[in-house]
Design a protein around this ligand. Structure first.
Ligand SMILES: [Zn+2]
Length: 98
């Protein structure tokens, strides 16, 4: 978190790790970040991606083209992680919330 926050140039509030059914992470308008504890069953790359994604929401609270092009600058391989989370990550969530 600290590493990427510095790189991106944003700050953040409280970090909460919890069991969430449908999301890997979220960012409140106050800058508090939530992460799904099931991330520990994913990969270091996927975790980095989710961290970068949520930190960029400190700059813009949307998924506009501008948002993704910023993400890509810091995390060029983000599409691989998006795909991985959609496919493999989905299975992890499903297995752990049956
Ligand atoms: Zn998002």
């Amino acid at each position: 978190m600290e590493y990427f926050a510095k790189l991106i140039g944003v700050n953040y509030g409280r970090i909460t790790i919890r069991n969430q059914k449908t999301r890997w992470g979220s960012c409140s308008s106050r800058g508090n970040l939530n992460f799904n504890c099931l991330l520990m069953l994913t990969t270091p790359e996927a975790i980095d991606y989710v961290v970068v994604h949520e930190l960029f929401h400190r700059k813009q609270m949307n998924h506009s083209k501008a948002f993704w092009s910023e993400v890509e600058k810091i995390f060029p391989d983000y599409k691989t992680q998006v795909k991985w989370l959609r496919e493999e990550g989905y299975q992890i969530m499903r297995r752990n919330h049956s």
